[in-house]
Design a protein around this ligand. Structure first.
Ligand SMILES: [Fe+2]
Ligand SMILES: [Fe+2]
Length: 263
C-alpha cells in the first residue's frame, strides 16, 4: 500500500468510527512500517476508539440497571395499589375476590380480542382498580345493596369512577388504565355514567372491564340478588349486548370461560 493509500484508508476508518462502526482495521495502520504521521494518528484514533467503546458499554450497563430498577418500582407500586383495592373489597364480604376476578377476566378477554400483552396489562390493572373510588364511601353503601337506596346515596355511588380517577391520576405508569376506570360504567347507548359516552367514545379497555365486572357481579353471591350460573349470566349478557355492552366482548368472554374449563 502506498503512503497515499494508507492516508486514504485512515480517513475512511475515521469516518466509519464517527458513524459508530468500530472495527480492528485501524490496528493495521499502527504497524512500524506505516509512515510516522499516519501511524501517530492511527494510534490516537485506536486509543480513542477503545475508550469510547468502554464508555458505551458502561452506559449500556447503567441503562439496563435503570430499566430493571424502574420495572421493580412499577411492580411494587402496582402491588401497593392492588393491595389498596383489595383492602377496599374486604370491607364487603360479598365482593371479596371480586376485584381480582375482574382483573383476571379483563386481562384474558383483552388477549382474546387480540390486544398485545402490554395493552392487556393496562386492562388488567383497570380491572383490579375499577371500584377504587368507593374507598371513601360510608359503610352503609357496602351493606345495603338494594334498589331502595336514598337518591342522595345513589348520586354518591355514581361519583365513584371520577373519585377513582382522582386517586389514581398521580400514578403515571397506569397510563390508559385510568381512562378505563373512568369509563367502566359507560354504556354503548350513552345511558351510562358519569359522562354518557356512546359507542366508540368509550375506550375498549373500559368496555372490557365493564363486561368482566357485570359477569362477576351476577355470578357471585350477594345478599341483594340470586346467584346466577355462568350459562344464565351469558344469556343476560347477550340480552344487553348492543345496548350496554359490545357483543364481540361478550363472545370473547365466552371463549375465555371455555378455555378455562378445558384447563
Ligand atoms: Fe364500579
Ligand atoms: Fe365491580
Amino acid at each position: 500500500m502506498s503512503d497515499h493509500e494508507m492516508e486514504k484508508k485512515l480517513m475512511r476508518i475515521i469516518s466509519d468510527i464517527a458513524e459508530g462502526r468500530y472495527s480492528d482495521e485501524i490496528m493495521e495502520l499502527t504497524r512500524y512500517d506505516v509512515p510516522d504521521t499516519t501511524r501517530t494518528i492511527a494510534e490516537a484514533v485506536a486509543l480513542m476508539m477503545v475508550k469510547v467503546e468502554a464508555r458505551e458499554f458502561k452506559l449500556q450497563q447503567l441503562v439496563d440497571e435503570l430499566k430493571e430498577l424502574n420495572e421493580k418500582i412499577r411492580k411494587n407500586t402496582i402491588a401497593a395499589v392492588t393491595a389498596m383495592a383489595q383492602a377496599l373489597a374486604a370491607r364487603d364480604i360479598y365482593t371479596e375476590g371480586h376485584t381480582s376476578r375482574v382483573a383476571g377476566f379483563s386481562y384474558e378477554i383483552a388477549l382474546e380480542l387480540g390486544l398485545k400483552p402490554e395493552e392487556a396489562e393496562y386492562v388488567r390493572l383497570a380491572g383490579a382498580l375499577h371500584d377504587i373510588g368507593k374507598i371513601g364511601f360510608p359503610d352503609v353503601l357496602f351493606s345495603e345493596h338494594d334498589a331502595r337506596l336514598p337518591s342522595e346515596l345513589v348520586k354518591q355511588i355514581s361519583r365513584h369512577p371520577a373519585i377513582g380517577v382522582k386517586i389514581l391520576e398521580p400514578l403515571d405508569f397506569l397510563g390508559p388504565a385510568i381512562d378505563y376506570v373512568a369509563a367502566h360504567h359507560e354504556r354503548l347507548d350513552g345511558k351510562g355514567y358519569p359522562r354518557g359516552l356512546k359507542e366508540d367514545r368509550i375506550p375498549l379497555g373500559a368496555q372490557i372491564v365493564s363486561v368482566a365486572d357485570i359477569y362477576d357481579a351476577i355470578t357471585s353471591e350477594r345478599p341483594y340478588q340470586k346467584t346466577r350460573t355462568p350459562e344464565e349470566t351469558l344469556v343476560i349478557l347477550h340480552d344487553i349486548a348492543g345496548t350496554r355492552v359490545r357483543i364481540e366482548i361478550v363472545e370473547a368472554l365466552e371463549k375465555v370461560l371455555r378455555t378455562r374449563e378445558q384447563t
